[in-house]
Design a protein around this ligand. Structure first.
Ligand code: GAR
Length: 196
């Protein structure tokens, strides 16, 4: 059955593009019903518009300015997303931690892509953190995971993960490129294997 996806982004949206391309190529039986960004300048919004996908820009700033709570933002965001009736909510570079005010509206239906292996380098800047850890001799590889979202940052039951090697002569750019290639594959594979 065709899965209806809401994709939440904050930036370039290269992972959103991987989903768009996989659907167009018939590799993923899904439809993106909305792309949401908390940043107006996120290039992912342009990618969505170019693909004819509805977009929603939903910033936190007006909430902060009017002393409305983060929980209120999350609840209002969930209400907006719910109007598109998605089966799954995909956090593809969404740089906000979602509280239960959002998550409780979609129990067991929110998944997140994170550029690290389970239990490693939670939060932002996971790729530079892994690169630095490699330079310190603390790790010899990193990886990418897709997991169900729980209130803890970048944690929760793992759906799929893949190791990504780091080589001694890698620049940070080299590692970032390899990581993004792994993400684009893993996210589509993970979505394809979900049966709901
Ligand atoms: C991706 O590397 C994603 O894993 C990461 O943001 C990037 C978004 O790239 N997410 C996190 O770090 C979540 N903690 P994109 O906008 O090109 O898809």
């Amino acid at each position: 059955m065709t899965k209806h996806l809401a994709v939440l982004i904050s930036g370039s949206g290269s992972n959103l593009q991987a989903i768009i391309d996989a659907i167009a190529a018939g590799r993923l039986d899904a439809q993106i019903v909305v792309v949401v960004s908390n940043r107006r300048e996120a290039f992912g919004l342009t990618r969505a518009e170019q693909a004819g996908i509805p977009t929603l820009y939903f910033p936190l700033k007006p909430y902060k300015e009017s002393a409305r709570s983060r929980e209120q933002y999350d609840a209002d965001l969930a209400a907006q997303v719910a109007t598109y009736a998605p089966d799954l909510i995909v956090l593809a570079g969404w740089m906000h931690v979602l509280s239960p005010s959002f998550l409780d509206r979609f129990p067991g239906r929110v998944l997140n892509l994170h550029p690290a292996l389970p239990g490693q380098f939670a939060g932002t800047h996971a790729i530079p953190a892994a690169y630095a850890a490699f330079q310190q001799g603390e790790i010899d590889h990193t990886g990418v995971m897709v997991h169900w979202v729980v209130p803890q940052v970048d944690a929760g039951p793992v759906l799929a993960s893949v190791a990504v090697p780091i080589y001694p002569d890698d620049s940070l750019d080299d590692l970032e490129t390899r990581m993004h290639q792994a993400e684009h594959r893993l996210l589509v594979e993970a979505l394809a294997q979900i049966d709901r």
